[in-house]
Design a protein around this ligand. Sequence first.
Ligand SMILES: *[C@@H]1O[C@H](CO)[C@@H](O)[C@H](O)[C@H]1NC(C)=O
Ligand SMILES: *[C@@H]1O[C@H](CO)[C@@H](O)[C@H](O)[C@H]1NC(C)=O
Length: 374
Amino acid sequence: MRLQSACAVTAALSSALPASFALPALSPPYQLFLRPSAPPVPIVIWHGLGDRYDAPGLQSLKADLEATEGLEGVFVHIVEVGADGPADQKATFFGSADTHVAQICAQLASLPEITDPSLNPSRMFDGLGFSQGGQLLRAVIERCNGEGLGGVKARNLVTVGSQHMGISALPPCPPGSSPFSPCRLMHLSLVRSSIYSPWAQQNIIPAQYFRDPERIDEYLAANEFLKDINNEREGDRQVEQGGRDGVVEAKPRNQTYKENLSSLNRFVMFRFSLEQTVVPPHSSHFTVPSPSASNCPRPPLPIDPSCYPTPLPYSDLPLYAEDYIGLRKLNKRGAVVLNVCEGPHMDIDEECWRKITRWFGERGWKGEEGEALA
Ligand SMILES: *[C@@H]1O[C@H](CO)[C@@H](O)[C@H](O)[C@H]1NC(C)=O
Ligand SMILES: *[C@@H]1O[C@H](CO)[C@@H](O)[C@H](O)[C@H]1NC(C)=O
């Protein structure tokens, strides 16, 4: 399977990188003539399910970023949730997303390359989240931006194949996985304990962003992670029907989350054109299938990459229309960029990688435009 995402991906990527990604080597005398300039905004990477911070693929991706023209001297940090590689990989399946997010807030705040103004004069960082790492990094920004990160704020958040509106089917394990692999153990534990059980909601990471539109009341009652970072509340309507009906919200939405997310320079979301792992695929663009879409198979039927159910336009999505988390505010400023990478989940080719790296360094202020928003 490809959800082990960055693993397979970046390994493939590094072999595919053209020589032009590397800086031509300069001999020392030339370096003297280069104008010294501030180092680029640091980049924080949160990897996907099944990956680990020390994976060769991720490490070579980091090296590729460091060698990219315009990113000379960039500090790249791959988040470490587990104390070593195997523990880090296990933590992509098991544990509490809230705990992991708090841990990474503290980790970033402890890195002088991020928080020391002499090493990072920009006082900012860019986030690059692969697959589930995208919504986890978004949580870091919503909960910790600024004050919680030693005064440092996120500039751009770039997510690639992430599940911002959750998933309504669990990602499959790679064919041939051992019965003792974390992925198989996760599936097995979810046979024994239902996905919305308090146990799963505290211990299985993908369960913490499982959001089945057919069982929305259960999700709104049981989920603590995705529901919280999306600022959803019990009783929320799911489709904008035009006109408020005067329902009083149970608990006010968290304005800090909204302020923090809407303070981004750009929120860039990539989805994959042949996505089959993220169900529904448009979750990567922060929306859900339209409830009236009848053009092609809807979850729980397997996703047919040649035909996705029509996504709900943002204007009909209450999270956007009533602006629970600042997505609308961002979009009104032209700061939401939706983009597509050709291929299956996390199969990042050269063109996709080029579009991603545009968002880092000095040119990252404007990057490259994506699709027009609905
Ligand atoms: C918003 O979220 C933060 C972090 O989770 C929390 O500390 C704060 O109390 C929340 N504010 C409200 C009004 O719920
Ligand atoms: C983000 O939230 C924090 C709470 O940790 C708050 O202190 C800060 O001012 C917020 N930053 C922005 C840019 O909204």
